[in-house]
Design a protein around this ligand. Structure first.
Ligand code: UDP
Ligand code: MG
Length: 236
């Protein structure tokens, strides 16, 4: 397997970080001989950055990256993507709701596919969040002519070259399958485990996500309609 970069955006997740790193390191050697863990602190106001720094001093696989201002999940991910050295990039939330053990199944598709997107078929979230997500996915799929069940599942494996070509704007982390497809990616969804958030809080409300998502879907639709698919026939 190629070198892997784990990229995890972190905003006020102090209780979750040590366990997160432990869980990532429990599976990482099964995925690749070579990996790095980019922990991107999105200017947390709790002790997250200090915890990341402390872990990094004991653990050479950890690369801390700290943003100067709280810039949002898309920005934290984008900063991580640009800094990543791996040929494949794996993302997940820092909140321990994703189970890195699922990566053992997901990685089998890498190579044949350029993007493997998790699908939380048994979600451990509030009913209102599950309903909002169903509506969001249906709406997004309809307008962007997609069939992705769970674009919001952060557990993803992606080809780094393709991912680095994408210019990510605020909110666009919710459209990574569509944006990757525009880069030519072959995509598969794999059902994954999902757990309750035990520590820290969700950073979004359904209303905020709904309003932002509605606005963003129009932008992505526009991108799709104006996408340039260039094939050079001759060049001297
Ligand atoms: N996050 C971030 N910056 C923000 C908001 C969130 O880096 O401004 C991180 C957060 O710490 C988590 C991930 O992005 O690792 C997703 O956030 P959250 O779990 O709160 O969202 P949800 O899963 O509830 O949609
Ligand atoms: Mg989360």
């Amino acid at each position: 397997m190629p070198k892997i970069s784990f990229v995890v955006p972190i905003y006020n997740e102090e209780e979750n970080i040590p366990k997160l790193v432990e869980e990532i390191q429990a599976v990482a050697p099964d995925l690749s001989d070579s990996y790095e863990i980019l922990l991107v602190d999105d200017c947390s106001s709790d002790r997250s950055l200090q915890i990341i720094r402390d872990l990094a001093t004991q653990n050479p696989a950890i690369r801390p990256l700290a943003l100067a201002r709280n810039s949002g999940q898309s920005a934290a991910l984008s900063a991580g993507f640009q800094a990543a050295d791996g040929e494949a990039i794996i993302t997940m939330d820092a909140d321990l709701q994703n189970d890195p053990a699922d990566l053992r199944q997901m990685i089998k598709y890498y190579g044949e596919y350029d993007m493997i997107n998790g699908w939380r078929f048994n979600r451990q979230d509030t009913l209102s969040k599950k309903i909002a997500s169903k509506i969001g996915n249906a709406f997004r799929n309809r307008l962007t002519r997609e069939t992705i069940h769970d674009t919001g599942c952060s557990l993803k494996i992606m080809n780094a070259d393709m991912l680095k070509n994408i210019r990510i704007y605020k909110g666009l982390h919710r459209f990574l399958p569509t944006l990757m497809r525009m880069e030519g990616a072959k995509i598969i969804e794999v059902k994954v485990n999902h757990r309750q958030r035990l520590f820290g809080e969700s950073k979004y409300t359904n209303l905020r996500r709904g309003i932002e998502g509605f606005y963003d879907v129009l932008a992505v639709r526009w991108m799709q309609s104006r996408h340039l698919s260039i094939e050079v026939k001759e060049e001297k």
